[in-house]
Ligand binder design. Sequence first.
Ligand code: FAD
Length: 434
Amino acid sequence: IEEKFDAIVVGAGPSGNAAAYTMAREGLNVLQIERGEYSGSKNVQGAILYADALEKIIPDFREDAPLERHVIEQRMWMMDDKSHTGAHYRSEDFNEEKPNRYTILRAQFDKWFSSKVREAGALVLFETTVTELVKDLSGQVIGVRTDRQGSPIMANVVILAEGVNGLVGQRSGLRDEVSPDSVALAVKEMHFLPRETIEARFNLTGNEGVVIEAMGTITRGMTGTGFLYTNEESISVGIGCIVSDFAESDVTPNELLEAFKNHPSIKPLLAGSECKEYAAHLIPEGGYRAIPRLTGPGWIVVGDAGQFVNAVHREGSNLAMTTGRVAAETVVALTRKREPMTAAALKDYEKRLEQTFVMKDLKKYQGIPALLHARKGAFFGAYPRLVSQAMQTWFRVDGTDKKSKEQAIYRNFRETRTLWGMLGDAFNLVRAWR
Ligand code: FAD
């Protein structure tokens, strides 16, 4: 490829597609490079799609995007080995004309998004891996080298939407390796069932959907969570924990998933299903404090490559799309003004991001990942067990008077954690949450 592009986007996940689409639609000459056979072939997600982020890019996406079910019920479960204590929220309001959250299958969804990128006018190369960035003598990034082209492909700016590992950034000296305590390794299976079975099992009508987010002893004391999402004719079930916790433990991700699927609260939901897909992927969960350098001369980082995941709320793809869009808007504005893509000019991306929910949320929760990790034995072991035992004591009617039950619950908590220990955990959690 001889021509020089206004922008090159590395990667065709949600962040890369959002960036490439936004720039191409505004008339920029965009090249997108994806190592997979097609957009979505390398990608893994639960997956919940948050409509708002996509609506800001393609307002009428509901007309033809491959959506599975719109979520009308959220279940939050705290689990021990035999039980779960749940908070469920279900509302008819979520059966709105333009639903707020959908389950999706990433392979289909990414393919659809990629078709929009091409319709908008971007050139997309598949089965091509960017190996490194090309810089001029001043350090300005001026293009990329790939595993296919002999000579580099030139552009005014490169948007790195390459996902969690950030290997191109690393190889080009822009960032460090991702730390094992800032990423979770998640494994996921797709279980197929007739749609009527799913609807009967989860009390659903038509395309309504339910999602379950779970934490507790299911991660064997490691920092992590499990999930179960209903699709049209399948159920996605998965679990993930911080990589450094796996390294210290002798439990494998696959063993965790098997145990989760066989938990008495999960097993009946999957009964009779056929598992047709298995996937594993990293999730950046280090939060605000793990964000690498985001801009420099001729380059911008978006999506998972920038650690843009809100692990507390299980949001990632919406942060990816939003950072992709905002990066693209920055590049469009600079291109229109014919300004060079210097480090100082591209800082505008970071300024714009500060105004969005992405940075506001990540800043708000900046203390949470470290706290949960430091106190993982309590938050992913002791407390779920204590809550479950308290529920059992409370609900079992066995001739014991209620005052004695209350005292037994209190004693159980005190024997496991000191009063100061519990107050300290509560104080630290509230402080990190604010
Ligand atoms: P990716 O989707 O990882 O895309 C990066 C792309 O870059 C890939 O296609 C890859 O092939 C390509 N690439 C990488 N290197 C190169 C290279 N050198 N050259 C060319 N191409 C390259 N988020 C949610 O919002 N909701 C959920 O329910 C949810 N559940 C999740 C469940 C699991 C198990 C996992 C793993 C993640 C989940 N996430 C969820 C997070 C979400 O998937 C990510 O935040 C999102 O995919 C990030 O998008 P991205 O475009 O930045 O990166």
